[in-house]
Ligand binder design. Structure first.
Ligand SMILES: Nc1ncnc2c1ncn2[C@@H]1O[C@H](COP(=O)(O)OP(=O)(O)OP(=O)(O)O)[C@@H](O)[C@H]1O
Length: 264
């Protein structure tokens, strides 16, 4: 499989609930992500952001429409072990809930070393070096990595979750509400780090959040979702300063005074 060149989402639909009363969590969304692109997905709670993100990385299957990676359908890639491994090496996902995403019985080092060995094929020693290098990149004290997940703070655990994704140096990183639960200073350092990683490596980012200022700071492009649909999609500056949809204008009004910053 070729290195990440494009993730395309075409008319994707996802329903939840029993057939008779099902509702569309994602309702006909189309967009694409290319190398170096930093795409923010914002919208109120329940608008379908997480479901879309999970489909983008193959954790959920669409009921209709298609998600493809370099022109190959996600379903096809997930069928074969070799292409699944390559997909995981190219595309990494960081979820909001870090408590359940780490094995409580393993040290953080063990959890972060696993993708370095499994996806990059590194020896235990080389994987350890990669873990240490990545943990340092995230500004975490080296000794913390030998603790168990419950022995670090929520903010530290969130950074370790990002370290586990970055240890394989993905070409596309999909982050779902990774800073919302953190205090402002930790948020700032994580946002800076994600932006720097993308700018320096040329990797792409999909950053899902209901926090508009944080998303606008990190992303060059914004998608606004409501009731499972994309109601606005454009350059961050344009969306912030000349919103086309009344819902975007109301979102902006809600954040006014909170200091929405423009993307650099
Ligand atoms: N596993 C599930 N089973 C049933 N309904 C679900 C499931 N996951 C999401 N939903 C529903 O789908 C809709 C979209 O949810 P989703 O989590 O994608 O939205 P969101 O914009 O990410 O919200 P939040 O910001 O609160 O995380 C909601 O109505 C939600 O209740």
């Amino acid at each position: 499989m070729d290195a990440f060149a494009q993730l395309a989402v075409s008319s994707v639909v996802k329903y939840f609930g029993p057939a008779r009363s099902r509702h569309a969590a994602v309702d006909g969304v189309s967009l694409s992500v290319e190398p170096g692109q930093r795409l923010g997905v914002v919208g109120e709670s329940g608008s379908g952001k997480s479901t879309l993100a999970r489909m983008m990385v193959g954790l959920e299957r669409p009921a209709a429409g298609e998600i493809s990676f370099n022109g190959v359908a996600m379903g096809t890639l997930l069928k074969m072990r070799a292409s699944r491994v390559e997909l995981r090496r190219e595309v990494q996902f960081v979820a909001q809930d870090t408590t359940s995403s780490f094995d409580p019985l393993r040290t953080l080092r063990d959890s972060i070393r696993q993708p370095a060995q499994h996806l990059l094929g590194l020896s235990s020693r080389d994987a350890d070096a990669k873990v240490d290098e990545t943990v340092a990149l995230l500004g975490l004290a080296p000794a913390l990595v030998d603790r168990h997940p419950a022995e670090v703070s929520g903010g530290q655990r969130q950074r370790f979750a990002i370290a586990r994704a970055l240890v394989v140096r993905p070409r596309l990183l999909v982050c779902d509400e990774v800073v919302s639960a953190l205090d402002v200073s930790v948020q700032g350092s994580i946002l800076n780090l994600l932006k720097r990683y993308c700018l320096e490596s040329g990797a792409a980012l999909v950053f899902v959040s209901h926090g508009l200022p944080a998303t606008a700071f990190v992303c060059s492009e914004l998608v606004v979702m409501r009731h499972g649909k994309v109601v606005e999609h454009g350059d961050t500056r344009q969306v912030l300063h000349e919103p086309k949809h009344p819902y975007t204008a109301s979102l902006l009004a809600a954040f006014r005074g909170g200091g929405a910053r423009s993307a650099a």
